[in-house]
Design a protein around this ligand. Structure first.
Ligand code: SF4
Length: 386
């Protein structure tokens, strides 16, 4: 026998069920895509013609546009579609500090409330930006304030590149310049270990070097590493920009005390990777050597350094230490630094004392730590080295 529905059910109105909220659409971070990736996104995901990718890319990476509304030569319909499906990752200026020497340190707030810093260093013949690649750093070098933060997260390619666009905007405004890209040089020596965020670094370099983007020459970009040995090989094979090694010691004992990475890859392993590095003709590897008083700045250190660098096309940048409260090291006296430089030169190693920029605003090497920001109070990720 068939079941019959009771009449009452037929007569009563259908229950009103709550409409489930639509699943949030994950926005594609288009400012993190190379031109090829952006072309794929526009044609395959949005059904647009490929030339639109070039227009969008140039808006983001030549003019530094931070919203789709600025892109007036894109149709309104396309701009609306982009707003529904894509985003340009913004960095909001949170603070700026100006040094007496013209250096400006910028602190940016990321979308998820993190803080990073970039340092603008103008000089007569160049305008250089020191760029960050991570929020905090896992490498824990004991002389460095960033190292005390631990690693919070990697920056996306869009966030790395956004520092360059934002400072270009600032320089244009501050210095009354018309040129779209006043910055001439980039050094990846800000917060973080660039090779510990290699894929995002590589994508950001591809964007920064692209002709439809800011078009930086490989000669004007330097990436500095503490010495993640397997990544140095990949870096040499997959990019063409300049390499700097943060060496800072003449013995493993010294280096392991200040740079924990040395316990995994010691000086011999690091210099072996440097000897195998595919250098372009006429190019040298820069070795950075932070001078720490009575720790690594003796005549014996200079003699050992000469021996270590034998056979490597090298130049040494000697960096007088910027004292950081609580980290326990002192800066080398000027005379001692000069003597150290002379000894290296006598041993046929090109050596320079690097002018310290932005010391008075804690914007110099090893001093970036988001003072006033919030990163320092959070827990951090443990390092995962390649
Ligand atoms: S010196 Fe560089 S790699 Fe070492 S902790 Fe500081 S930011 Fe990280």
């Amino acid at each position: 026998m068939q079941n019959e529905l009771p009449n009452a059910d037929l007569e009563s109105p259908a229950p009103v069920l709550p409409t489930p909220a639509p699943a949030p659409v994950k926005l594609t971070e288009v400012s993190s895509l190379t031109l090829e990736g952006l072309t794929r996104f526009l044609t395959e995901e949005l059904g647009e013609r490929s030339f639109r990718a070039g227009q969008l890319y140039r808006w983001m990476h030549q003019r530094g546009a931070t919203s789709f509304d600025e892109m007036t030569d894109l149709s309104k319909a396309l701009r609306e579609k982009l707003k529904q499906r894509a985003e340009i990752v913004p960095l909001v200026k949170d603070a700026e500090q100006r040094s007496v020497d013209g250096t400006i340190k910028y602190r940016w707030k990321t979308r998820d409330g993190r803080y990073i810093e970039s340092v603008y260093m103008p000089s007569e013949d160049r305008k250089t930006l020191c760029v960050s690649t991570q929020v905090g750093c896992a490498m824990a070098c004991t002389f460095c304030m960033t190292g005390t933060l631990g690693l919070k997260r990697n920056l996306t390619p869009g966030e790395i590149v956004a520092q360059v666009h934002a400072v270009n905007r600032e320089v244009r405004k501050n210095e009354g310049l018309e040129t779209l890209r006043p910055l001439s040089n980039l050094v990846f020596m800000g917060m973080g270990e660039p090779l510990h965020n290699f894929e995002n670094l590589k994508t950001s370099l591809a964007i920064l070097q692209s002709q439809d983007g800011p078009n930086f020459s490989h000669r004007h970009i330097t990436v500095s590493t503490v010495g993640l040995v397997p990544m140095i090989e990949r870096f040499g094979q997959e990019t063409d920009v300049k390499l700097a090694i943060s060496l800072n010691a003449s013995t493993d004992e010294q280096r392991s005390k200040t740079m924990p990475v040395n316990r995994k890859w010691n000086i011999a392993a690091l210099l072996d990777a440097c000897r195998k590095f595919p250098l372009r003709q006429g190019r040298r590897i820069t070795f950075e050597y932070v001078l720490l008083r009575d720790f690594n700045d003796t005549d014996e250190d200079a003699a050992r350094l000469i021996q270590l660098l034998e056979g490597i096309p090298a130049k040494v940048n000697l960096i007088p230490y910027n004292e950081n409260p609580g980290l326990g090291f002192q800066t080398t006296m000027d005379q001692r630094a000069e003597r150290f430089r002379e000894l290296l030169c006598e041993g046929h190693v090109a050596a320079f004392i690097r002018q310290n920029r932005g010391r008075d605003i804690a914007g110099a090497c090893g001093q970036l730590a988001n003072r006033g920001g919030e990163n320092a109070s959070e827990s951090s990720q443990s390092p995962e080295l390649p």
